[in-house]
Design a binder for this molecule. Structure first.
Ligand code: NAP
Ligand code: MG
Length: 402
């Protein structure tokens, strides 16, 4: 074998949990390390290490991404009461993705990986639908309170320079719940900027949607700022490039997307983006065929798979089963990160390797070697479903020959 490809600067590697942690190691070992003298700054975001470090490791990894410019993240378990018992945790911490997004700010773009022969649930979709998900605030940074009994709930704003503003939320007649959310003008503006930049790069029309008819102040602000950034900073460039922009209500956008042909960047608020990206991924084929990239306005980029840790497969793997879990989104997280590193460092051989690995992965599926989730969508159906280990071997063989 020829010498391995060198790297000038490391990427930040964020390891994770369960089945994706198992596949993460396998992908590195079989598909990357034989070819690349991999330089990473490693952070273990596995649940046990997050617990042991009081979750400090999560914030450290996010700051490392800001410092080095490129990160690649495995899926991680978001702890809850069930996980606390299962893993014997000391504490519950926020979702690592929420913590990282809070530090990096910026926007998450989710784009289906399109492979010939794999057809999704909406055959009308001819081109990928990219979801641009705002990555800061709203329900992901909310404050919630259970209200035990009758009483008044108010929003209180205390300006730094003194004074106070109050707004009645509800006169509660009995027990119930209350939630407070926020966002920042600067983050919304950066969201709009990331979307228009991405759209200009990819030559996609931009749709932005919210619910400003109901939420006149909150969603109204999103609409106003998004439109203003377009008018002031991007309108000329977009018109010159033939990139259209339009705003509509979120329910109208959903109807249009389902009836359309795809090929749009759909800019979504944080929660809408969470839900709609799973809808698009599900309808496009498999959750495991969805890439996810976070662009920070401070220049850093983080790559990951859009799916979770595939918990049920992990339990079966622990019992000795060779599961047919699809590693494609994890592979594309790595190739995305290595390509970005190559672009920043001007290392053409690393860029070429990343493209080769993507091509070998696509070719493997197109030639009929695939995991179970894809076999259900493939025409013609493959002769046999591969487990993750066989599938990665099949990619490795094609990569070796390329
Ligand atoms: P999930 O891990 O995405 O899996 C949900 C189901 O989707 C799986 O049971 C499986 O369906 C299918 N699936 C997802 N990825 C697949 C793959 N690579 N190959 C084949 N099938 C795949 O979601 P979850 O089970 O709701 O969540 C598990 C854990 O992941 C949770 O603890 C959650 O906190 C965490 N999570 C993390 C992230 C992240 O770090 N970005 C995102 C979401 C969830 P079948 O069982 O039908 O095969
Ligand atoms: Mg989701």
């Amino acid at each position: 074998m020829t010498a391995r490809i060198g790297m000038k600067n490391p990427v930040v590697e964020l390891d994770g949990d369960e089945m994706t942690r198992v596949l993460w190691a396998l992908v590195k070992e079989q598909l990357i390390l034989p070819y690349v003298d991999l330089k990473t700054e490693y952070y273990d975001l596995g649940l046990l290490n997050r617990d042991a470090t009081g979750d400090a490791v999560t914030a450290e990894s996010a700051r490392a991404i800001l410092r080095l410019g490129v990160g690649v993240k495995c899926a991680t378990v978001t702890s809850n009461a069930a996980r606390k018992a299962e893993y014997n945790l000391k504490n519950l911490y926020p979702s690592p993705n929420a913590t990282i997004r809070g530090i990096l700010d910026g926007t998450v773009f989710r784009k289906p990986i399109v492979v010939a022969g794999i057809t999704g649930a909406i055959p009308a979709w001819k081109r990928p639908i990219v979801i641009g998900r705002h990555a800061y605030g709203d329900v992901y940074k909310n404050a919630e309170m259970a209200i035990p009994g009758p009483g008044r709930v108010e929003l209180v704003y205390t300006p730094r320079e003194g004074g106070e503003r109050r707004q009645l939320v509800a006169e509660m007649e009995g027990p119930g719940i209350v939630q407070g959310m926020h966002n920042l003008d600067e983050s919304i503006k950066n969201f709009a900027r990331s979307c228009f930049r991405y759209a200009l790069d990819e030559k996609l029309p931009v749709w932005f949607a919210a619910k400003d008819t109901i939420s006149k102040t909150y969603d109204g602000r999103f609409k106003e700022l998004f439109n203003r950034i377009y008018e002031i900073e991007f309108k000329e460039k977009c018109e010159a490039a033939g990139v259209d922009y339009f705003y509509t209500l979120i329910d109208d956008a959903v109807a249009r997307v389902v009836k359309g042909e795809g090929g749009v960047l759909w800019a979504c608020k944080n929660y809408d983006g969470d839900v709609m990206s799973d809808m698009v991924a599900g309808a496009s084929g498999s959750l495991a065929m969805m890439t996810s990239v976070l662009y920070s306005p401070r220049g850093a980029v983080e790559y990951e798979a859009a799916h979770g840790t595939v918990q049920q497969h992990y339990y079966r793997w622990q019992k000795g089963e060779r599961t047919s879990t699809n590693p494609v989104a994890l592979i594309f997280a790595w190739t995305g990160a290595l390509s970005k590193r190559a672009e920043l460092d001007h290392t053409a051989d690393l860029e070429a390797f990343a493209k080769n690995l993507e091509a070998a992965t696509r070719r493997t599926i197109e030639e009929g070697d695939m995991t179970g989730d894809l076999a259900r969508l493939a025409s013609p159906a493959p002769a046999r479903i591969l487990d993750s280990w066989e599938f990665i071997d099949a990619i490795a063989r094609r990569l070796m020959r390329s």
